[in-house]
Structures are given as C-alpha cells and as structure tokens.
Design a protein around this ligand. Sequence first.
Ligand SMILES: Cc1ncc(COP(=O)(O)O)c(C=O)c1O
Length: 293
Amino acid sequence: MNVDLVRKQIPVTSRRAYFDNAGTGPPSIPVLNAINEYMADWREYGENWEEWLPLIIESRRLFGKMIGGAALDEVASVPNVTSALTALASSLHYKPSGNIVISELNFPTNIYLWHLQKKHGRAKDVRLLHRDQNGTIPLEQWEKAIDDDTSIVSVDYVSWTNGCREKIREIAKIAHEHDAFVIADSFHSLGVFPLDVRQDGVDALVCGMYKWMQGPHGAAFVYTKHDRLKDLDPNYVGWHGVQDSVVRRLTSQQDLFGKPFNIEETVPAPDATMFEGGSWGVSQSRLGIRVET
Ligand SMILES: Cc1ncc(COP(=O)(O)O)c(C=O)c1O
C-alpha cells in the first residue's frame, strides 16, 4: 500500500495529523464525490427510488463482504448503531427470569438499553462487568457471569473508552455453551483490523460508518446470523421492514406502488431487513459502492 497516495485521497491530512477517527473519521475524495453525485441526482430528478433502492441492496452486500462474507439476507441498513441495538433488543427472545451480561467498557447505549429491559420485566438481572486494574475484563469474569439463565451477552469488539480489545471468540463460545444470544458492536474494529463474523461466532453485529470507515453520520448496518433470524420477533417495524416491502417488490420485478400494501396484518420481513424501519440515507449507500470501485 502506498501511504502517500492514500493520504492524498483524504484532504484533511494535507493540513493536519488527524487523530480523531475514534470520534468521527475524515472523509476521503471518493466519499465526497459519492455524496456530491447523490446531491446532483436529487437536484436534477427529485425522487429516484428505482435507482436508489438497488444501491441500498448493494450497500448491504458490500457490508456483508466486509465482515467476512455474510449473506445478503443477514444484513440490514439502518441509520445508526443505537437504532440497530434497540431493534435487536426489541426483537430478541428473553429467557423467563433470565439475565443479561454486559461490560462497563461498552459504549453507553449498549448499557442503557439493557437496564431498561430489566425495568420492563424482560430480564431479572443485568450483570455489568467491571474492569480490573489493567483496564480489561478477564475471561474468567465472563465465565463467572454467564450461566444457563443468560439470555443475551452484548459486548464491544474494542472499547470506545480505553481501546481494550475483547476476546470476542472466547466470549461467544462461553455464551453459546449456555444458549445465550451474542451481540457485538464493531464500531472501533471494522476498518481497523479484519473481521469475520462466522469465525468470531457472534449472532449479531452492529457497526456505524462514521468512525474508522470514514463515512458520514446516518449510515450503519446490522448483521444477524441466518439461523438466528427465525428466533427474532420484532416489537416495532416500519414500511421497509415488512415482508411485502418496496425493496422486495423491486427485486421480484413488481411495480413498487402498483398494488396497495396489506394493512390488515403485520408480517415482518423474514430476513434482517425487518430492522429497516423507515427511509434510508441514500447518499450513504452510494458510498459503499464508490469505496469498492
Ligand atoms: C462502540 C460505539 N458504539 C456506538 C456508538 C454510537 O453510535 P451511534 O451514534 O451510531 O448510535 C459509539 C460512538 O462513539 C461507539 O464508540
């Protein structure tokens, strides 16, 4: 890799040594071009869903590729990590009188929402693990906290607060020995080191684009392992999260608005798109395609 050429693609680096990717990454020229192309398209044509929807689908495919080859139906495009985690939390099966195991090194969203599940009676106990004097949570602590009553283990690949890299594979293995569902937030790992959801053994993965992926705010993805999708039962869905959605009509060559939507019942999408509530940030989806080409 030619570092000078890469730096040329990221305008801010001509003036600064940029150290804040952990907050928001700076955009590259292909990213800026993709946003500008979208703006021009929108300015010239207004609504253009027939062209935009395939970009959404393509962005899911590319994200699946980046996390080690997830299938298209395992990936959903969502606005941010917080909405991805909330969508998962409101769809999961909770064991009666069960517990949830999380780490104090998780980003606060990935802590707050689990306390609320206890408040609303979906968990009896939230086990918040605390770091030791080295700033890490030894595997033994996870082993001690996770038991047969654990419904969910939710952990960040790399901590936002001290950069601690968790032993995701080992944690997932322990969780699965107790039939718990494993969620991993990869916001500080994707774009930093290679990821493989299958090898890591996580059931769901969430990731935003605005840090190490150097994309814009308003773009994130959620992956859910194929054989776990059938266990999900969402409490909330929107018009893009149902079985008969505009995207599904497009992919089966139907007229997007050619027949009325069935509003007599709600049938969530059978795949990860059940998490795609409302309209996407289309400019964000263009980015994935630009970045690859
Ligand atoms: C690990 C991690 N997860 C989630 C978030 C917040 O994500 P979002 O703003 O997309 O909800 C952050 C923000 O710093 C983070 O570091």
